[in-house]
Write a protein that binds this ligand. Structure first.
Ligand SMILES: Nc1ncnc2c1ncn2[C@@H]1O[C@H](COP(=O)(O)OP(=O)(O)O)[C@@H](O)[C@H]1O
Ligand SMILES: [Mg+2]
Length: 334
């Protein structure tokens, strides 16, 4: 039976400055649970930890059995831990207003007499707009830098990757915009009678936006600060999802923290006379575990299937004992 060479505990020891943790994988594999478990673990190490959700559909309040919607909320009975479900609707409304102002200004600048509303609608109806709002919320939190560590309960799979892929596309796009603005501005300067320099809010915005994106990229691609963990079950689809995911992330230069396997049935509980259903599932999991050990060299934890869902901080603590095993200290237990 293959073994974990670097556990989550080892990984955290090797990355003492780890600040941003993310969990990716197919829906239902235990990302939210593992985000909670990791946040609890880091808080128990004395770090001030923010467990945040930027998804439009939140699950932290359910996970913690406590209302954490709309503001950073201290988690009951857990020192050093705060949780926060960020209101995406409000961000979307705010950025819509913001964009409206900018588009109006731009149309005026370009001397185009069209209603701004049409442009605003088409810019903000875009599904990427919601993701972009989520990304902005996440980046805001990261830049405020009020906590020692941040654990993000991210949107399932493709979204998270798109968010990060977007940062590259964004900066390319903004660079182009800035360049053409500079050209337009210098033409204006050339032909204008007044030599007075005009204020250019759009240019200011693009420049500060480019700055933000570049800073976010720096943080998210720094392996000392950031780790994306990928969760799977011993089943075909979730494994396929994280394989694809890990490849994408390598391409983007985003640090992969490793693979976490969840919901493995404890064989010690299964006997020859156990129900056929259970024996079949164990055999299925056996096959996929073989695939996992063969194809991933970065398995950090294998968590059992519990006889109940994982809810509340007491349950999270119990899972943390499996996910972050304490190294057996020499000379102990004698
Ligand atoms: N090891 C486990 N054993 C039993 N139930 C689990 C385990 N891990 C997660 N769960 C439960 O499975 C469900 C899905 O987990 P969740 O963390 O919400 O997944 P995701 O965020 O990836 O969609 C939840 O009801 C959770 O309590
Ligand atoms: Mg979830």
């Amino acid at each position: 039976m293959p073994e974990i060479t670097t556990s989550l505990t080892d990984f955290m020891t090797d990355h003492p400055h780890l600040k941003f943790s993310f969990f990716g994988g197919k829906g239902g594999v235990g990302k939210t649970v593992m985000a909670g478990v990791t946040a609890l673990h880091l808080a128990s190490q004395g770090k001030r930890v923010m467990l945040a959700s930027t998804n439009p559909v939140h699950s932290l309040s359910g996970l913690l059995d406590q209302d954490v919607y709309g503001k950073a909320t201290p988690v009951n009975n857990v020192p050093n831990l705060w949780a926060y479900e960020i209101d995406t609707k409000e961000t979307i409304e705010r950025s819509k207003q913001d964009i409206k102002t900018k588009i109006r200004w731009f149309l005026k600048f370009a001397e185009i007499s069209t209603q701004a509303d049409m442009f605003v609608e088409s810019a903000t109806m875009n599904p990427a707009f919601e993701e972009s709002a989520m990304f902005e919320n996440m980046v805001d939190l990261m830049f405020k830098n009020e906590y020692d560590a941040y654990v993000f309960d991210t949107a399932p799979t493709a979204n998270a990757r798109r968010l990060l892929g977007m940062s590259k596309v964004y900066s390319l796009w903004v660079n182009k915009m800035v360049k053409s603005r500079e050209e337009a501005q210098s033409l204006r300067d050339l032909f204008s009678f007044t030599k007075k320099k005009e204020a250019d809010p759009l240019m200011d915005y693009l420049l500060s936006f480019r700055e933000r994106i570049a800073h976010a990229r720096d943080l998210l691609t720094d392996p000392a600060l950031t780790a994306f963990f990928f969760m799977t079950l011993p089943e075909a689809l979730p494994i396929a999802v994280i394989k694809r995911f890990i490849n994408w992330f390598h391409d983007f230069g985003i640090p992969v923290g490793g693979v976490i396997v969840n919901m493995l049935i404890d064989k010690a509980q299964v006997r020859a006379d156990s129900p056929e259903f259970v024996r079949n599932r164990v055999a299925m999991q056996d096959n996929y575990m073989a695939e996992i050990w063969r194809d991933f060299d970065n398995v950090r934890a294998v968590l059992p299937l519990f006889d109940n869902e994982v809810r509340g901080t007491a349950a999270l603590r119990m899972v943390a004992d499996y996910a972050f095993p304490q190294p057996v200290a020499a000379g102990m237990g004698k």
